[in-house]
Design a protein around this ligand. Structure first.
Ligand code: GLN
Ligand code: ZN
Length: 763
């Protein structure tokens, strides 16, 4: 018999119940007990949804983040929160967010707000975890209470519990040594806490423990490989069985290591490491369980069950009871329930599977393996009908788009002249002063804007009324910018709900869910649009708004677009063609928009690539391939314009060192980046590389309500000018201003413009 299990379930709730409960608690509008009740209700409900499995994950639930949970379990809290004498859950939120609602009232005088823990991307997903902090003096002390409480709840419910923990080597790999000490030196003092944890679980009658070590799918040097050997020799106490769990990629050079560690089972991502499975079977000792992640936990597509069974049946015949099956990774990365969707196109819906549907697929596979395909014939027939329909649907396949992709050649991504020649022509046309000022695109999304949009969506406001309302907002932001005396204006993006969704809604090949929420971090969720078919642009998407905005001013109005790589990286994408192909299709569609803007007389066009870095593959050896096609796609999008048209791009992060050559290769005339918090140090990457084009380093931290002073901005720009010649510097905020209030934006931009003017007279 094949065993079925799951690695983790989305905890946010099918209707984002956890999000709303958290935010209400943080606002001080509901009690801690009420929040805890929502937590246990969600766990209960998620366990009963998984009741058909042979083993159900316990401990995958977190109020904020599973890595932060592990830090608490291991007693590894940053020094700054250790003297907090409030509630443990509040202290947990303090590490996550810098403070908790309760701090403000009860602890403001003693141990109130502290710096939030740093957040970073969980491997190559769009989930962000709280980075464990280490120093050479870090000590660990087990606190198994959270896990034991959840196990007790599960026991009452009769759940076949398999606790889920993050393994010691991955835990160290995920963290950051604040004093630059060697993290691996902490392993000997970390392992006793793990041994104690496993012993505790064994004493509570636990049979199997899922120990996640996704670090095994990354490049490990000899010291880290050795850490695995040491760690698992120590954890091999014989009291519980360990399922060593990897996901997100192939094991490659770590494959022999993963196969020989002294554990009782190994889980591999049979989607991303499909090609390795044969080798793993050959190397895995005959007494070990092999768990294959055969359902893709990273996308929303139905599994081809026939194809999966064709592959699995022989494996099952040879492994028998040693074979387990599961989703490839935790289902944290997919929405909960497709059946919640009321408005999705029925045919497209029939191609999809969210978490619950994925678990149903797993069940069908298990029954087919255990009892024969005939036992689930109906489900299999329905599955292959859906798969076949999708494979051949004219809604997915557009010959004209495929022909355009085939026609891409090297000239498409090339500007007419090199940067310095373009810059001279642009300067003659735009006549901008030294230190030109601009903003990144969006202005505050006011309550009126949101109200108008929801009235329009609900049908209570007609298209003409909506257009008039948005034009009113555009006119307002143009007036404000003229009064501020900014040099290059923007229309303010009032009409955009979201920088990806806005374009997706107007492109053919995209679908939108109502409840397809995925946790990004804490209570924050995203609803990635679904890229299901060949992409085309039936008509211009932004031209009318931008030309309206331009009609109101003599100053240059910047056209504002989202780039293909960012649209791709923030969408659920197709699994039937490489990401690079989908990206090229997006590039051709956005290129048409760029050319239409140019035709309409727009002289400055910004193409945001906020998520370019997010798409970097897990292994550095694959970075080049990704960056090559990502840059090519940007160039296809941007570079069809005349020399006189100035192309801007924008990226909101602060690490450029390792990708600077690719950034330069994009060849945008101007790049605006987020720098205000880094004190301009990250410009070093541009300086060292001798980055040739113009740069606007952010001088206004838009994540904070603080208003930067003129002096502060001048000081930042002077630092910038030590690294980049002043003739190539722009003055702008870090990012868009949509989350801020006009009452903050007005004074902040006023200081920014005064600073730029003062710099000009100084120069
Ligand atoms: N143009 C977008 C805005 O200003 C850019 C947002 C982003 O980079 N995340 O809102
Ligand atoms: Zn940004």
């Amino acid at each position: 018999m094949v065993t079925t299990h799951n690695l983790g379930f989305p905890r946010i709730g099918a209707k984002r119940e956890l999000k709303f409960a958290l935010e209400s608690y943080w606002r001080g509008e509901s009690s801690r007990e009420a929040l805890k009740d929502v937590g246990s209700h969600l766990r209960k409900c998620h366990w009963s949804m998984q009741a058909g499995l042979n083993l159900v994950p316990v401990g995958d639930f977190a109020f904020y983040d599973q890595v932060l949970d592990m830090s608490f379990t291991l007693g590894n809290l940053p020094e700054r929160v250790r003297d907090f004498h409030g509630d443990v859950l509040d202290n947990y939120f303090r590490v996550a967010r810098g403070r908790s609602a309760q701090d403000v009232e009860a602890h403001s005088a003693c141990c109130g707000g502290v710096a939030a823990g740093e957040m970073t991307k969980w491997f190559d997903t769009n989930y962000h975890y709280i980075v464990p902090e280490f120093t050479a003096a870090t000590a660990f002390k087990l606190d198994a209470s959270r896990l034991l409480e959840q196990l007790a709840e599960a026991k009452v419910q009769g759940v076949k519990a398999k606790p889920v923990i993050i393994g010691p080597v991955t835990y160290l790999a995920l963290g950051k040594a604040k004093d630059n000490s060697d993290k691996l030196a902490l392993l000997p003092c970390l392992l006793p806490a793990y041994v104690q944890l496993l012993d505790t679980l064994a004493a509570h009658g636990i049979d199997w423990v899922q120990i996640d070590e996704p670090a095994l799918v990354t490049e490990l040097d000899a010291a880290w490989q050795q850490a695995f050997v040491t760690a698992y020799a120590t954890l091999d106490t014989g009291k519980v069985k360990l399922l060593l769990t990897t996901y997100f990629g192939p094991l490659e050079a770590n494959l022999p290591l993963a196969c020989k560690l002294p554990v009782q089972g190994l889980h591999v991502d049979a989607i991303n490491a499909h090609a390795e499975v044969e080798q793993i079977i050959a190397q895995l000792p005959a007494d070990k369980v092999l768990s294959l992640g055969v359902i893709n936990g990273r996308n929303i597509w139905k599994t081809d069950l026939h194809a999966t069974l064709d592959w699995l049946e022989p494996i099952h015949r040879s492994l028998q009871n040693r074979l387990w099956i599961a989703p490839s990774c935790s289902l944290l990365h997919v929405p909960v329930d497709l059946d919640s969707e009321q408005k999705l196109d029925r045919e497209i819906q029939s191609w999809l599977a969210f978490a619950l549907q994925k678990l149903e697929e797993l069940q069908v596979l298990a029954t087919a393996l255990n009892k024969g395909r005939v036992q689930v014939q109906e489900a299999l027939v329905a599955n292959s009908a859906a798969i076949e329909k999708r494979r051949t649907s004219p809604r997915v396949h557009n010959p004209a788009v495929k022909a355009a992709i085939a026609g891409i050649d090297a000239t498409l991504g090339k500007r007419v002249s090199p940067y310095d020649q373009r810059a001279a022509k642009q300067a003659a046309l735009l006549k901008l002063p030294l230190y030109p000022t601009t903003t990144i695109g969006s202005f505050p999304q006011t309550a009126q804007i949101r109200h108008a949009r929801s009235e329009y969506k609900a049908g209570r406001l007609d298209a003409a009324g909506y257009k008039a309302a948005m034009q009113g907002e555009i006119a307002r932001s143009v007036r404000e910018q003229e009064a501020l005396d900014l040099d290059v204006l923007v229309h303010g993006e009032a009409e955009r709900n979201d920088m990806v969704e806005y374009f997706g809604e107007q492109l053919q090949g995209y679908a939108f869910s109502q409840f397809g929420w995925v946790q990004s971090y804490g209570s924050r969720c995203v609803k990635p649009p679904i890229l299901f078919g060949d992409i085309s642009r039936p008509q211009p998407m932004t031209v009318e708004w931008i030309t309206y905005a331009q009609s109101l001013t003599k100053k240059p109005m910047k056209g504002m677009l989202t780039g293909p790589v960012t649209i791709l990286n923030w969408s659920f994408v197709r699994d039937d063609q490489p990401r690079s192909v989908s990206c090229r299709q997006l590039a051709l569609a956005i290129r048409e928009e760029v050319l239409d803007l140019e035709k309409a007389g727009v002289r400055v066009i910004q193409i945001d690539e906020a998520a370019l870095r997010e798409g970097l593959p897990l292994r550095r050896s694959q970075w080049k391939e990704y960056l090559d096609w990502a840059v090519e796609c940007f160039r296809i999008t941007a570079n069809g314009v005349a020399d006189e048209t100035q192309i801007h791009t924008h990226m909101c992060y602060s690490e450029f060192n390792d990708i600077i050559a690719s950034i330069a290769d994009m060849d945008a005339d101007v790049i605006t980046i987020e720098t205000s918090r880094s004190d301009m140090e990250l410009l070093d990457a541009f300086d060292n590389f001798k980055y040739p084009n113009e740069i606007g380093p952010g001088v206004y931290d838009i994540h904070s309500p603080n208003i930067p002073t003129k002096e502060h901005i001048m000081q930042l720009m002077k630092k910038a000018a030590e690294r980049i010649p002043a003739e190539r510097l722009w003055v702008n905020p870090d990012c868009g201003l949509k989350t801020r209030q006009w009452s903050e934006v007005g004074p902040a931009l006023n200081n920014m413009v005064s600073a730029a003017k003062a710099l000009r007279t100084d120069a």
